[in-house]
Design a protein around this ligand. Sequence first.
Ligand SMILES: Cc1cc2nc3c(=O)[nH]c(=O)nc-3n(C[C@H](O)[C@H](O)[C@H](O)COP(=O)(O)OP(=O)(O)OC[C@H]3O[C@@H](n4cnc5c(N)ncnc54)[C@H](O)[C@@H]3O)c2cc1C
Length: 473
Amino acid sequence: MKQAIVWFRRDFRLQDNLALFHAVEFARKQDAKLIFVFQIDPYFNRGKIELGNQYFFQAVHAFMKGCRSLGISFIIKKGDPVSSFQELFDDYPDITAMFLNEDRIGYGLQRDEKVKEAAEKYGISWYSYQDAHILGPGEVLKGSGTYYEIFSPYYRRWETLPKQPPVKLDLSLLKESAATYDLHQQDPILKVYHSEWRTGEKAAWEQMKNFTDKILYSYHDTRNKVHNESTSKLSPFIKTGAISARTLYFYVRGTELNQDGKNAFLKELAWRDFFQSIFARYPESRIKPVNSKYNAVPWRENREYLKLWQEGRTGYPLIDAAMRQLNQEGWIHNRLRMITASFLTKNFLIDWRHGEHYFSKKLIDYDLASNAGGWQWAASVGTDAVPYYRIFNPVTQSKQLDPDGSYIKTYIPELRNVPITYIHEPWKMDEGDREAYGCPSGREYPKPAVNHHEQRKLAIEMFQTAEGENKGG
Ligand SMILES: Cc1cc2nc3c(=O)[nH]c(=O)nc-3n(C[C@H](O)[C@H](O)[C@H](O)COP(=O)(O)OP(=O)(O)OC[C@H]3O[C@@H](n4cnc5c(N)ncnc54)[C@H](O)[C@@H]3O)c2cc1C
């Protein structure tokens, strides 16, 4: 009997999963059996398993468990992807086809090309689908057939283009088509690491419904508040594929709520597609500014400052609270990503690539294109980025985004008893205040490592130097 592989990578769901849907169709028509595969590639988990990967492997673990309860088992392969699949092709000579949702950028793209080549040598047909995005790279182009580099016109076009509606999988067909073998493979890397962040399709749907019921109507107004539940917090589910971006798009669009909230949310989903498209156009986006004018920004090397930033000890409470939340939970609000990125690059004058790398390890929703795009935006080196002279003031931002200081107090226990007068600028307290509010000398919250106003001037000079060199060169 014919067999076909379904290779899961970042699409851990049964519903609206294009590769799985088409594989089940294939199995039905060809009377074939499906083999579900997860491949553990050392490229993605070298060294310590950081927060981001912990969440990912936890999500894979939960998905496999759910599949097992339906009688579907997985084959887990480990090591070099090409060798892993060659072994599989040798072990299962009846495999005639392979289904997967494509990766269009980065290492994933190169890996897929190599595995595809190996599959073709075995005479195995390769079926891949653009599944991760509502509209993928190359699907939103200018009339001239070129890529958009500015978000607003991209978005206007994105809005008008037809979109693939979600596909519904018949679970009884799925169960019939899954190959049964006596396998309950496990790998020690796949386990529950944390219980705070939920994983899986059911939890993703609950989160989506909760968000649309309670938050979406005011999302356009409140999404910039860092406390309370102001955004969907769906990004970890989107990252692991527990819910598809298509499902979200159609569900939100179909709700009977005011247009403002819905439009603001759909626009954010379009940003995700936009950054993916930019990365496809500029494949070196992780290491090279898209705006080549800023290739020569003379960033400072300062290991001590980098460490202060990473550990949340810069002396600016909002920055530190955000970095501590990132370290503890692997997620922070979009505004906080913008402000911490701005602080690293324009207050500490440190190269954005250090920050991008740090976020890539810690974020449980880490996405190659959105992260590189977000960092390039905040560091003013990307396309359509914030101008370099618009530099967030960490104190003003703190007062605006966390007016009562409750967010700061959640993550900085040293400041828990500090009143609102000082919470955004604790360095203004005198010795008596510090004693009274429980942060006496010796174990108090640190003083600001740098002066924002001085650093702001230096940052602007740094960018002007790069612009000067660009003109001169
Ligand atoms: C420096 C920096 C790094 C970032 N790194 C990542 C990353 O690694 N992974 C990631 O998913 N997002 C990243 N973002 C974008 C954004 O911060 C997160 O998508 C968002 O905070 C996730 O929270 P949410 O699901 O509650 O968002 P919501 O506001 O509820 O938005 C819904 C969804 O829209 C998408 N989205 C929203 N804003 C953006 C945006 N600016 N760019 C791209 N997609 C967006 C996400 O998929 C998000 O889940 C980064 C932003 C910055 C400034």
